[in-house]
Design a protein around this ligand. Structure first.
Ligand SMILES: N[C@@H](CCC(=O)N[C@@H](CS)C(=O)NCC(=O)O)C(=O)O
Length: 284
């Protein structure tokens, strides 16, 4: 995916940082994915929290690192990587011990991670509708500043516009029933395939845990807490998920503070009351 060469980084001081640094946010799914990976590998790193809820990712300083305004971002001895799956692959190359990529070829893992990344807007649709209970609208002033920010990388500026479009749309229309339905359909298609594979292997790419499992764990967690009926529809995926969820390296990274649990309880109840639970939408 798109890389940011050092000469395009405007917040230059990070280029002098030594060791492994990660810009992340506690509740961000892509950050959770990386933290789980780092836990499992026992790699030490320096955290830099970017508060997405207060719009710190739209600050001039952070956009000077990632003009897309997204976390996670890895800085390794001044080398900058954006995109959670690229970061996973980068780290896996750098730290090959306790491999999390041995059960499949690198190119298969890459294409499965690409497939997972293509569903990012879909998990966002589910999260904004079933987890955040109407929260998450961006302040128009901040969104405008973000939209107008110009980096020296046109490709990244263009990709950023997709984000801007999502948040503008969300601000005006919320997440529509149709968007939820299409997103659930796309997830179900992938889960059908993984359910079949789990009949004769322990994990998504073979008998060993891999980067693909870590990536899909995050989506599955979000769908699970949003009421996706895994037990009924994909029982083997459900068992796979519970096995990972019971491990502290996974659980600790996704376990939200009580306030967020209450917000999503409210979101689920209000969707249920209006006959729009995920189960209902899937069954119709
Ligand atoms: N494809 C990117 C997606 C990154 C992304 O969308 N990150 C979200 C958090 S999971 C973010 O930073 N959102 C900004 C916001 O909420 O304003 C990746 O895998 O790293």
């Amino acid at each position: 995916m798109v890389q940011i060469p050092s000469d395009q980084i405007k917040s230059k001081e990070i280029l002098d940082w030594k060791g492994l640094h990660l810009f992340h946010f506690r509740g961000s799914s892509c950050s959770q994915k990386l933290r789980i990976y780092l836990n499992l590998k026992g790699i030490s790193w320096t955290p830099h929290s970017i508060n997405l809820a207060s719009g710190k990712n739209y600050s001039e300083w952070f956009l000077g690192i990632n003009p897309k305004g997204l976390v996670p971002v890895l800085v390794d001895d001044g080398h900058v990587e954006i995109e959670s799956n690229d970061i996973l692959e980068y780290l896996e190359k750098k730290f090959p011990e306790n491999s999390l990529s041995s059960s499949s070829s690198n190119s298969d893992i890459k294409s499965l991670l690409k497939e997972e990344d293509n569903l990012h807007e879909d998990i966002r649709n589910i999260a904004y509708r079933y987890m955040f209970g109407g929260l998450g609208t961006k302040q128009l002033k901040k969104l405008k500043k973000y939209e107008e920010y110009k980096s020296t990388n046109q490709e990244l500026d263009q990709l950023k516009m997709k984000e801007v479009e999502f948040y503008k749309n969300f601000g005006s229309n919320g997440i529509t029933d149709n968007a939820v339905k299409n997103s659930l359909y796309r997830f179900s298609e992938c889960y059908e395939r993984y359910e079949t594979l789990l009949n004769h292997q322990k994990f998504f790419t073979g008998n060993d845990l891999s980067l693909v499992d870590i990536a899909w764990f995050i989506y599955t967690y979000r769908l699970f807490i949003s009421g996706f009926p895994f037990d009924d529809k994909f029982p083997l995926v459900s068992q796979w998920f519970q096995k990972l969820y019971s491990q502290k390296e996974f659980f600790n990274e996704v376990n939200d503070p009580l306030l967020f649990k209450l917000i999503r309880l409210y979101a689920r109840i209000s969707n249920n009351l209006s006959g729009k639970s995920i189960k209902k939408i899937l069954d119709n």
